[in-house]
Design a protein around this ligand. Structure first.
Ligand code: MN
Length: 205
């Protein structure tokens, strides 16, 4: 890993053009209720859901084409992407055409999470170590997505892929499908179409 934690994030973006945060920490992760997670619906060249977990001072990130499932029998592909700044958890808007990740972004779910990784003796394994080992479990406390989830690495190097799977607990529900039934932003109640049209109207004014 690089010594500069957000180097790849910063290199990919022109902050004179994109409204995305340039990296300063926001108040979002300083409330003392534990590390945060966010799931952003991103209507880029291909629609996907960006799943981000706070680990230290950054958001570890994966692009999940189908989004998270509440059904433990679903394995959702999760492609790792560059670390994002904590302030990104509150970003909602439209990344302009020709910029990296161009398209509308909606904060689909957000909240705190708990690390579930333990050794056989019951000692906590840090999220950093669990992710390095290729298997991390955590309990999400979102508005739409709750309960235990596991991320497991498959493949290596340029073919690195992960699977995001709901753990079989009281929050598991094979019939719920919040990706389709609950499309609204947890920040602004907007749909991704509303975000796209409202932001383009602002530009025209
Ligand atoms: Mn994305």
């Amino acid at each position: 890993m690089s010594d500069k934690p957000l180097e790849e994030y910063l290199e990919k973006r022109d902050f004179r053009k994109t409204p995305e945060p340039s990296g300063e920490a926001s108040g979002v992760a300083k409330k003392g209720e534990g590390p945060i997670f966010v799931i952003q619906k991103h209507d880029a060249s291909t629609l996907h859901y960006d799943f981000r977990l706070q680990v230290g001072d950054v958001l570890k990130s994966w692009a999940v084409p189908k989004g998270p499932s509440t059904d433990p029998s679903d394995q959702r592909l999760a492609v790792p992407t560059e670390d994002h700044p904590l302030a990104y958890a509150e970003f909602e808007g439209v990344i302009p055409e020709d910029e990296y990740g161009a398209g509308a972004v909606l904060v689909w779910d957000a909240g705190f999470y708990r690390n579930l990784n333990r050794t056989d003796d019951g000692d906590e394994i840090s999220m950093d170590d669990a992710l390095d080992n290729g298997h991390a479990k955590f309990w999400l406390e979102g508005e739409k997505v709750r309960g235990g989830y596991a991320l497991t690495r498959t493949g290596n190097g340029n073919d690195e892929r992960w699977l995001l799977v709901k753990m079989d607990d009281d929050e598991a529900d094979a019939r719920r499908n919040p990706i389709s039934s609950e499309p609204y932003s947890v920040l602004t109640d907007r749909t991704i179409d509303e975000i796209r049209s409202e932001e383009s109207n602002q530009e025209d004014e």
